[in-house]
Design a protein around this ligand. Sequence first.
Ligand code: ATP
Length: 389
Amino acid sequence: MYLKTLHLRHFRNYQEQQVEFTAPKTILVGNNAQGKSNLLEAVELLATLRSHRTFRDRDLVQEAEELAQISASLKRETGISTLNLILRRNGRRTVNLNGENLRRQMDFLGILNAVQFSSLDLELVRGGPEGRRHWLDTLLIQLEPIYAHILQQYHQVLRQRNAFLKRNIETSQGAPVQTEELAIWDVQLATAGTRVIRRRERAIQRLAPIAKKWHASISGSKEILQIKYSPNVPLEQNHSEKVQQAFLEKLQQRTIAELHQGTTLVGPHRDEIELTINQTPARQYGSQGQQRTLVLALKLAELQLIEEVVGEPPLLLLDDVLAELDPSRQNQLLDTIQDRFQTIITTTHLGAFDSQWLNSSQILYVKTGKISIEKVGVGRQKLEGIFQE
Ligand SMILES: Nc1ncnc2c1ncn2[C@@H]1O[C@H](COP(=O)(O)OP(=O)(O)OP(=O)(O)O)[C@@H](O)[C@H]1O
């Protein structure tokens, strides 16, 4: 797939900006805090309807404005699509595909696919389980857009069940709880949660061997990466009824604790994705360099898996990560990308790129929310022929 144009209006620090992508690789150059990451974030939003930097739409809308708009034209094997996303300060969104407003946000997903790689991704290794769940969920949304709906349903039931447990603490004052109402929430939570658990398990099953292969390749076969899904509800078989049964059993075991604490202690909101290298938890393992190898392997695996499932190579968004990789890891990444994946890269200086890369890339300069074409690689004209209509 190929992103031809992007238009930003009142998005972050962009007042009004049209960008045309004229080569398979685009390098955005600029000093810190000029708007490079903001542009990648806009593409990420079109792909996943999520930003890895914020949960609040009001952060995305330009100061003093009420709404922001991101529009794009995307070329896929099936034809050209136009995507349009309106974000409002109050969180209400409008999604529009090919000029038609969509009733369900889910139908907007899966049109544009992208893998984002930024220095924040190191938190996947170093940080807590929440970041890893978020990463896996974002990947799943792209593999199976219906997952966005499944996840939303689960979180809705979870919120309602938590509210019930909290209310119970406040109102019961030692009196027996309304077990009938709790039983209804239990069934709803187990039903919605089972759908989440089964899909997470399936995704890891597919991703783990690909990531393992990449990791071995980058580390010169010295390290073995294992990715293991460790669900909060025990999962012996990926079978709907069995998982649901195990879910309900665990809920029963934890009821007293849940009533006491006023919160739900069982379910996929407590899942973990274990990353181990040579059988040692990656978090405790070795240097930053090794952790970077792991994240790079995860990202390359994401690219490959999305390509396999979707049938077209996704976009790759590299947010200031190239400079953080040593030359051999850089080469591994650049060799993989070649011209196969349309790639948008941000950087503060062009020094990290070799001349071949610079020649075959479109270079855009970003300054205070404005983009200018001051310099274009020599190879641009040749590539334009291939990539433009
Ligand atoms: N809602 C908003 N309204 C106006 N400006 C915003 C908004 N959100 C962020 N900004 C501005 O965007 C800029 C940050 O841009 P961005 O995160 O893209 O930086 P960058 O160019 O990628 O730099 P770095 O190399 O530091 O990551 C800051 O100047 C910030 O004040």
